[in-house]
Design a protein. Structure first.
Length: 225
C-alpha cells in the first residue's frame, strides 16, 4: 500500500507534499500524469517530464501515467494508476477548483482511498508568501487576461505577488491559478536534497497566451547555509 502525491511539479502539489509530510504523513510515491492535451482540465502540460528531477531531489519513487487528456476520460487513467499502485492515501494540491476537488473525491470514495488536500481554501497570500520565502517556483504558462509574456520563466517573488494582486483586483483572476490561468514549476523546496538548475529553455507566445519550456536542466548541490 502506498501514500501518494498526485504530483505535477508545480507549486501547489509541491507545497501540498510538504504540508502533508509536516503533518506526519509518510509519502512513498509520486504519481505524475503525462497529458497529451495542452488544455487538460485536470493535469499540467509543460515541463512535466522534468518532474523526474524533482523526484530524485526528494528521494521519492515516481510513476508516470500517460493520458490523452480527454475531458472526464482522463479520470479513468488516474483511477487505473491508483489501483495499480495500491494507493491508500492520496495527497493533492487542490485549492479552490470544485471541478478537480469533486472528481478526486469521487474517485477516492469509489476506491476507498483517503484524499488529503492540505491547501483547500488556503489564503492565496499565505501560500504565495511561503513560496516566495522558502521555495524557488517559476511560472511556466499563462493564459488569462492581465498575464503577459513577461511572467514566463519568472520566479514567484514579492514583485510577482504584487502584480498578481493588481491583476486580481482588475480582472478577478485566481491568484493561485486554480482556474487554469497559469502553471508553475518548482526548482527548489525545503525537502529537496538538491536544487534544479535550468540550462536551456524556450518561450512560446501567441499574443494572448504562452508557455516556458525547459529543454535542459540538471540537479546541483545546494549551498551550505
Amino acid at each position: 500500500m502506498s501514500n501518494a502525491v498526485l504530483y505535477s511539479g508545480g507549486k501547489d502539489s509541491t507545497f501540498a507534499l510538504h504540508k502533508a509530510v509536516a503533518s506526519g504523513v509518510k509519502i512513498d510515491l509520486l504519481i505524475t500524469m503525462l497529458s497529451k492535451n495542452r488544455s487538460s482540465y485536470m493535469f499540467h502540460y509543460p515541463n512535466v517530464r522534468h518532474t523526474e528531477l524533482q523526484a530524485e531531489a526528494l528521494g521519492i519513487r515516481q510513476v508516470f501515467c500517460e493520458t490523452e487528456g480527454e475531458k472526464e476520460k482522463e479520470l479513468a487513467d488516474l483511477e487505473k494508476v491508483l489501483v495499480e499502485n495500491k494507493v491508500r492515501v492520496l495527497v493533492t494540491g487542490a485549492t479552490y477548483s470544485r471541478y478537480q476537488g469533486d472528481r478526486i473525491n469521487n474517485i477516492a470514495k469509489k476506491l476507498g482511498i483517503e484524499h488529503i488536500a492540505p491547501l483547500w481554501h488556503i489564503d492565496p497570500i499565505e501560500e504565495l508568501s511561503t513560496l516566495e520565502k522558502d521555495y524557488n517556483a517559476i511560472i511556466t504558462s499563462v493564459s488569462a487576461e492581465g498575464l503577459d509574456e513577461s511572467f514566463l520563466g519568472r520566479r514567484i517573488d514579492n514583485e510577482i505577488i504584487k502584480r498578481l494582486q493588481e491583476i486580481n483586483r482588475k480582472h478577478g483572476i485566481n491568484m493561485l491559478f486554480e482556474g487554469g490561468e497559469a502553471e508553475s514549476f518548482v526548482l527548489d523546496a525545503p525537502l529537496f536534497r538538491k536544487r534544479i538548475k535550468v540550462i536551456k529553455a524556450r518561450t512560446e507566445w501567441n499574443g494572448v497566451s504562452g508557455a516556458y519550456f525547459i529543454e535542459e536542466a540538471r540537479l546541483e548541490e545546494k549551498a551550505i547555509a
